[in-house]
Design a protein around this ligand. Structure first.
Ligand SMILES: [Cu+2]
Length: 245
């Protein structure tokens, strides 16, 4: 009984102790914190299963090692064990599914009034960023990747599409990726929490120069962002602060 209590308590507490657990990145947006929690819960579940599995393999080897030539009692069914080893994994899968579903609801939640909205268009082979209610239109090339400038601690809505084949908009540090599909507009919110410059790439093989279809995301203070907007998107006025990933 004590052991069961210990395993249950550990499984519950590990996710709560979750920052950077198992070396998993925390992510640089509010949405990424939720994604990180999902990873931690799945890692916890895997750890609990691994510990139980190894215990169940090693314990019989020690406890019931061969001591005489007599066979131990033979049987061909044990209903209790069969119900347990079918029921427990089933409950775990249902629990993890429910948790992931709940997490995705939070990550994909769209606010009614975002502070800024950016149209992002993927094309062979770069990206275009257009800021709503401004003339700012950043168009990249494979040789000169574009930069998406976002304010910290504010919600920016991204309306994502493609003008030719399928692409995928991926910012690893934000723990977020979404397909850019011609004729379809995908919407999501990003609320960066850390200043810095982050790497972005196309994550869907889209043709010859797919590997050159990169971009950067620069998260700046609200003041810097307002000045940047006023200056028509001139990055010369931005100060370089924060981490670069
Ligand atoms: Cu692409």
């Amino acid at each position: 009984m004590r052991n069961v209590r210990f395993v249950a308590t550990t499984a519950l507490l590990l996710p709560l102790a979750g920052c950077g657990v198992y070396g998993l990145p925390n992510g640089a947006t509010q949405q990424a914190q939720t994604m990180h929690l999902d990873w931690v819960v799945f890692s916890d579940a895997g750890l609990v299963v691994a510990v139980l599995l190894f215990a169940l393999i090693i314990a019989p080897l020690i406890l019931w090692r061969r001591r005489s030539d007599a066979y131990p009692p033979q049987f061909n069914r044990n209903n209790r064990w069969e119900i347990a080893y079918t029921g427990i994994p089933l409950l775990m899968v249902i629990g993890l599914f429910a948790f992931t579903f709940w997490d995705e609801e939070i990550v994909e939640r769209i606010t009614a009034h975002p502070a800024n909205t950016v149209d992002v268009v993927g094309f062979q082979w770069s990206w275009r960023f257009h800021y709503h209610n401004t003339n700012i239109d950043v168009v990249g090339t494979p040789q000169s990747p574009p930069q998406l400038v976002l304010p910290v601690d504010e919600t920016t809505r991204i309306d994502l599409t493609s003008s030719d084949v399928n692409h995928a908009f991926w910012i690893p540090a934000f723990l977020f990726k979404r397909d850019a599909i011609a004729g379809i507009s995908n919407h999501f919110d990003l609320q960066p929490t850390r200043l810095g410059v982050y790497r972005g790439v196309c994550a869907e093989f889209c043709g010859l120069d797919h590997a050159l279809m990169s971009f950067t995301v620069r998260v700046v203070s609200r003041g810097d962002f307002a000045r940047w907007l006023r200056n028509g998107g001139s990055s010369a006025i931005l100060s370089a602060k924060g981490a670069s990933l």
